[in-house]
Design a protein around this ligand. Structure first.
Ligand SMILES: [Zn+2]
Length: 288
């Protein structure tokens, strides 16, 4: 989101962004998100959280674990949990954000959720400042670290170039941006934050895409915005069918805005790994 200066220049830049993100075919050589993921797993990539604790950050596709590592000068990539504006839109969430699973909270600039937060609370001035202050308050109340603000530099300042929202229903946490074959997308840690926050965040991500720069003429029924339900076979993860139900509500409201979306499923069970027996779950889960 942002202000557009000269339309001609912006149009050209948006065209370039769309092409860079795969144009009509963001999956490249693969015919489904599952096939793209399975190929990356075969090559040794993993999106599963590796650590006992994670940093809470935003759903913004401009933020990745690598970008958090670089901008905070951490020795290695952290695991991240994602909710819009790190949770500023969801009232009191301190009961969810407990150490040790959450080690800290992070704010960022150019934040769409901070804009919503400022509007909802009639706050004037810089929305990112208000968002960051609120995040710091939540961190203090929760007694976890506050890591300050980063820039979501995996995208350009004025533009969103997400092709999907990754609706992570795993309990332990899964980060789609770690999988090199998957298109860039927003991330929502539905498994960790629960259905109410998850649905609200996925709806906001879809709204940002629908009202953003790539809306027209790029997203079409042939190249829709993807709502990706992610689950695995671990205890506590949300069943795929439940995730699909939740996403279908978002799909309905997107359709009513004339914004084409498609729900797909991505099974990230560890039993799908290259060295173990493939699971009998259907291999081509592309669905309407
Ligand atoms: Zn944000």
């Amino acid at each position: 989101m942002g202000t557009h200066k000269e339309n001609g220049q912006d149009d050209q830049f948006i065209e370039e962004l769309w092409k860079r993100s795969g144009g009509e075919n963001p999956l490249g050589e693969f015919d489904s998100f599952q096939a793209a993921y399975d190929a990356a797993v075969e090559r040794g990539e993993t999106g599963h959280h590796q650590r006992a604790s994670a940093i809470v950050t935003c759903i913004d596709e401009g933020i990745t674990p690598l970008i958090v590592q670089q901008q905070l000068n951490l020795p290695e990539e952290p695991d991240i949990l994602r909710t819009a504006g790190s949770g500023i839109l969801h009232g009191d969430i301190t009961h969810i954000l407990r150490p040790p699973q959450v080690q800290g909270m992070l704010a960022h600039d150019w934040c769409g959720a901070a804009g919503v937060y400022a509007r909802e609370n009639n706050l004037t001035g810089n929305a990112d400042d208000h968002g960051a202050q609120r995040i710091e308050q939540i961190a203090q109340a929760t007694e976890v670290d506050y890591y300050g603000r980063i820039l979501p530099t995996a995208r350009p300042r004025e533009f969103h170039d997400a092709r999907a929202v990754y609706y992570d229903g795993t309990r332990k946490g899964f980060e789609a941006s770690r999988i090199s074959t998957l298109p860039k997308g927003f991330g929502v840690s539905r498994g960790f934050f629960g259905s109410q926050i998850g649905e609200s965040d996925a709806a906001l991500a879809t709204f940002i895409a629908a009202s953003g720069n790539m809306r027209s003429p790029h997203f079409t029924p042939q190249s829709p915005f993807y709502l990706v339900a992610i689950s695995d076979d671990r205890p506590g993860s949300v069943p795929m069918e439940k995730l699909r139900d939740e996403l279908s509500n978002i799909r309905k409201s997107a359709e009513s805005m004339g914004f084409p979306t498609q729900i797909v499923t991505l099974d990230v069970s560890v039993t799908r790994g290259g060295t173990s027996t493939p699971s009998p779950i259907r291999r081509n889960p592309r669905a309407s």
